[in-house]
Design a protein around this ligand. Structure first.
Ligand code: G6Q
Length: 527
């Protein structure tokens, strides 16, 4: 069997990595290279001249993708094969079908399993459409608060903020995620409860934070003399403890083959996005994601944008040994998108066993983080330019601003200044600067790539979201790991339950369970 570490192309890449392209070398980064090393699809352009790759490296990377059969895995994924599993061990053992949530626009030509998922997604999509039209016609509710955590919060919030520029007039949107009671208390202070809908989003219906916040919200509503049933909407898995339509104004469904961090395009993001942006923009967002799904599925070689990006990331992570990667959007609207991608990548690919249950002998998921530019330039970019750990950048930028409100100041517009900064960073990081003053020397040779588009609108946002989802999936396929489970979060959850039980004892005036939970009780002595 071919594993990542023994694939012939991996061995070739290891050889190439002994002397990788040095971007500071005379003739390495040329205008011709910048013009040639770009590829596009759906109006998204990926510029990768400032990555430390030669043509030979790229060829070997694509050979690796063939040897690891990643195209077949993408086909299998989108057809609904049970890829979320660890062979020979108890595991979730599920299909991975977030792509079916947006396969709503043509005649789906997929497998029976995927078609069935698409049919259910379309049912919820149509249900949402008429429900949203009803809410709009009644013109009573002005505010929506999403209550959910992790995948039920990060993606929807990031996408809402990304598209807020196109929000319908007189809409107010908030999010409550943390079990910290101040999170809910602060939001509740800002809204008129009588005009507010709360979307309680939990696929499992059992998440501690969300169940607790739902109880808090019900309490707040009742205190105001309002009936929670007229203000709460459920988004949950069919058959979950939250699947109890009589307790909610409306209920929408998702399924176990849509992972939390891959669920923005399902009803998890759908209800709030359709309320905030209107149904048509929500549909355009889904369409953008669907079209990128098709690129991931059907394109070969450089035209497969997410695969190319995944291969560049693998080169940086496994062959140049770079442990972390920063997402820097030159767009204030994408301020929470790095946080969403942090979960998407780190929860998906932060794994130390392969799909057969063997410990891997190579590095997997990088540490992902980021902030918008130009703000980041005035804080952590010092380390990125002159620190001891090179950090590859994934830069995102747009030709036009969203509002189109701009001004010439010192004879250039703000958007032009933003773009100037974006390219300046990529160039500075790659070529560096020589100096006889060591403090002003920039070593350069630090990789970056740029994803560039015309404007951040709903369709483009869908494409960018899907681009990253597939970049993550392709990396997982290359490593042979399961990118779709998250066992690593369970131990902490279980122990938190044990600690919480001690508080229950305390609240009842009972002694703490010193014998059953000695380490925990020792911690609690300090509070
Ligand atoms: C994401 C994870 C996780 C999940 C939350 C919320 O992939 O599974 O972040 O989304 O724990 O789960 P529920 O939607 O079930 O409340």
């Amino acid at each position: 069997m071919v594993y990542f570490h023994n694939a012939p192309a991996s061995l070739r890449l290891k050889e190439l990595a002994k002397k990788p392209l040095d971007l500071t070398q005379e003739g390495a980064l040329t205008p011709e290279r910048i013009r040639a090393m770009r590829t596009d699809g759906m109006g998204l352009e990926l510029l990768y001249a400032t990555e430390r790759v030669s043509h030979e490296t790229l060829e070997a990377l694509f050979s690796l993708s063939l040897e690891m059969g990643v195209h077949d895995k993408m086909v299998a994924m989108q057809a609904g094969e049970k890829l979320n599993c660890i062979h020979g061990y108890p595991s979730e053992n599920r299909a991975v079908l977030h792509t079916a949530m947006r396969d709503l626009f043509e005649h789906p030509q997929s497998s029976p399993v995927a078609s069935q998922a698409t049919a259910l997604a379309r049912r919820e999509f149509e249900k949402l459409k008429s429900w949203i039209h009803g809410v709009e016609a009644a013109a009573h509710f002005t505010t929506m608060v999403q209550v959910g955590i992790g995948g039920s919060d990060l993606g929807p919030k990031a996408i809402y903020l990304a598209l807020r520029a196109f929000q319908r007039p007189k809409r107010h949107i908030h999010f409550i995620s943390n079990v910290d009671p101040d999170d809910a208390a602060q939001v509740v202070r800002e809204v008129d409860l009588s005009k507010t809908l709360f979307v309680i989003v939990s696929k499992s219906g059992t998440t501690l934070e969300t169940n607790t916040n739902e109880a808090l919200i019900r309490h707040y509503l009742e205190e105001e003399g309002l009936d929670p049933r007229k203000h709460l909407i459920a988004v949950t898995g069919e058959g979950s403890p939250m699947d109890d339509p009589l307790r909610y104004l409306a209920s929408f469904y998702i399924w176990d083959y849509v992972g939390g961090r891959y669920s923005v395009t399902s009803m998890v993001g759908g209800v709030i996005l359709a309320f905030a942006l209107g149904f048509d923009l929500y549909a355009q967002f889904l369409k953008g994601a669907h079209e990128m799904d098709q690129i991931a599925l059907k394109e070969r070689g450089f035209k497969n944008l997410p695969l190319l990006a995944a291969l560049l990331s693998i080169w940086n992570r496994n062959f140049l040994d770079l442990p972390t990667s920063a997402i820097i959007p030159y767009s204030q609207a994408l301020s929470r998108f790095p946080a969403h991608l942090q979960q998407l990548e780190m929860e998906s690919n932060g794994k130390r066993i392969d799909q057969e249950g063997n410990s891997v002998s190579f590095e997997t998921g990088a540490i992902i983080w980021g902030e918008p530019g130009t703000n980041g330039q005035h804080s952590f970019f010092q380390l990125i330019h002159q620190g001891t750990t090179p950090i590859p950048l994934e830069i995102i930028g747009f030709r036009k601003s969203q509002y189109g409100e701009d001004l010439l100041y010192q004879e250039s517009s703000s958007q032009q200044k933003l773009i100037a900064n974006l390219f300046a960073q990529a160039l500075a990081l790659s070529v560096g600067q020589k100096s006889s003053n060591p403090n002003q020397l920039f070593p350069g040779n630090r990789p970056s790539r740029i994803l560039f588009a015309e404007k951040l609108d709903a369709h483009t946002m869908g494409a960018i979201l899907s681009f990253y989802e597939h970049q993550v999936a392709f990396q997982g396929f290359l490593w042979g790991i399961n990118s779709f489970d998250q066992e690593g979060v369970q131990l902490g959850k279980r122990l938190a339950t044990e600690f919480t039980k001690q508080f229950v004892h305390k609240n009842k005036g009972e002694p703490l369970d010193i014998r059953g939970f000695p380490l925990g009780v020792a911690f609690l002595e300090s509070i």
